[in-house]
Design a binder for this molecule. Structure first.
Ligand code: SF4
Ligand code: SF4
Length: 172
């Protein structure tokens, strides 16, 4: 199991094309959803997110109205202050949690989420292998990119390659 984040970035970037091929392969050579899910659950159970937090440093967090309401209650602030102090507008994603490239999410302290119990839904479901809307195959769309950030995704895609008749990589 590879969990070192430098390695994950290097290998995820190196295998991006292969992982795109895997995504397409799983569409035409389907494995039962419950088997894909079981594999992802098993790998997720072996990786400690609380010592990683790489997604909190690297990814944007799109907020729903429900997430904002939860933040208002948790922080005991008016909506206008929550919006001003903790969110940013994004052309592509609407309202996102405030973040910067150096430190990641505004609520990240080291590898600890300061609002863990009240974190947005998208954080609860990340990396969307075990939890998320729709089928796992439909969610695979984002996984080749996510494999460069998240050890759960990288290792799960490797396990899917082993479990399917995915042709071994040609070069790279
Ligand atoms: S809200 Fe918490 S879980 Fe979500 S990105 Fe920020 S630090 Fe991570
Ligand atoms: S979901 Fe992935 S990137 Fe985020 S903390 Fe867990 S292992 Fe790390």
């Amino acid at each position: 199991m590879i969990t070192d984040l430098v390695q994950i970035k290097r290998l995820g970037d190196r295998d991006r094309t292969d992982n795109e091929r895997l995504r397409k392969h799983l569409k035409t050579h389907p494995i039962a959803e419950r088997i894909l899910r079981r594999t992802a659950v098993e790998i997720e159970s072996k990786i400690d997110c609380q010592t990683c937090a790489n997604c909190c440093r690297q990814s944007t967090v799109r907020l729903t109205e429900r997430d904002i309401e939860r933040l208002i209650k948790a922080l005991r602030l008016k909506k206008s202050r929550v919006i001003d102090e903790y969110t940013l507008p994004s052309e592509e994603e609407g309202t996102i949690l405030k973040r910067d490239d150096e430190n990641g999410c505004v609520f990240l302290n080291g590898t600890e989420c300061l609002i863990y119990e009240d974190r947005p839904d998208i954080c609860r479901d990340y990396p969307h292998l075990v939890r998320g809307p729709g089928s796992l195959i439909a969610r695979m769309w984002h996984m080749p990119e996510r494999a460069s950030v998240c050890p759960i995704v990288y290792n799960t895609l490797e396990a899917y390659k082993q479990a399917s008749d995915f042709p071994k990589k040609v070069g790279g």
